[in-house]
Design a binder for this molecule. Structure first.
Ligand code: BTN
Length: 262
């Protein structure tokens, strides 16, 4: 990973001159959380060529093969954004990966609420947002993004559920171009959230999400929370939470995410 190239690719963004590149770390999220607790400014970005203990959601790990994927995390300090609005940042990160990947590779991904990116039924990107709040205020948020870019294969346990941009496109991809276009797209999303062109934060993103996600309405899903239940997705509420119509009535998915029914 060429620090100079990454720095020039990100000039003028929130990440400008705040890039740290490593050959191998345990987890870029762990680094970013530690740095944020020590006062790192907004936009501080950690990028690694490999992770030895990549973190996924729900206590899972993240397969972080050396030299092929993008593993990055950054610190945000969204002024005035209260904890319950932080879901927008997560959704914005998913939308940014969708747009950046399409610009860099031509691949149209599907956003599985809140922020997994799939092609068909296979996942190539996961996002882990970790936040620290003080009362209602978000002190900082760390957004970690893992993208399978040039993986040619996966361990057997991931084979059925994971893919990479290289596998989908049938040719190798430029990792730094993907990084640049994803993070530039995030920079745009973030500015729109903080200074909405109209209405409240997230309103405009809410309008766009159904165009990049087949999961938001009319999809039969399993929700692995509150004991687990099945239903059909029925759009997002005004805060960006997913609604699911079940035999017992409408329910709101609060955390985790959704899956195809078992
Ligand atoms: C998921 O479970 O889908 C989220 C995976 C997030 C993985 C990324 S890789 C870069 C960053 N550092 C981590 O330890 N995790 C995130």
């Amino acid at each position: 990973m060429d620090l100079r190239r990454i720095e020039s690719a990100l000039s003028g963004t929130v990440f400008d001159r705040k890039v740290h590149v490593f050959a191998r770390v345990e987890s870029t999220n762990a680094l970013a959380v530690k740095a944020a607790m020590e006062g790192a400014p907004e936009g501080t970005l950690f990028v690694a060529d490999a992770q030895t203990a990549g973190r996924g959601r729900g206590g899972h790990g993240w397969h972080s093969e050396a030299g092929t994927g993008l593993y990055l995390s950054f610190v945000l300090r969204p002024a005035k954004m209260i904890a319950r609005e932080a879901l927008w940042l997560s959704l914005a990160a998913g939308a940014a990966v969708h747009d950046g990947v399409r610009e860099a590779t031509g691949i149209s991904a599907d956003l599985r609420w809140p922020n997994d990116l799939l092609v068909g039924s296979k996942k190539f990107c996961g996002i882990l947002a970790e936040q620290q709040s003080e009362g209602e205020d978000v002190r900082f948020m760390v957004v970690g993004i893992g993208i399978n870019v040039n993986h040619a294969e996966f361990p057997p346990e991931l084979n059925e559920i994971a893919t990479s941009l290289r596998i989908v496109a049938g040719r190798e991809q430029d990792r730094i171009k993907v990084l640049e276009l994803v993070l530039r797209a995030f920079d745009r999303e973030y500015r729109r959230l903080l200074h909405p062109p109209r209405g409240s934060a997230g309103e405009e993103l809410l309008q766009r999400l159904p165009r990049i996600s087949t999961w938001i309405s009319g999809k039969q899903v399993h929700v692995p929370e509150q004991g687990g239940y099945d239903g059909v997705t029925a759009g997002l509420d005004q805060r960006g939470f997913l609604l699911v119509r079940t035999a017992q009535g409408m329910r709101t998915v609060l955390s985790g995410g959704v899956r195809e029914p078992l």
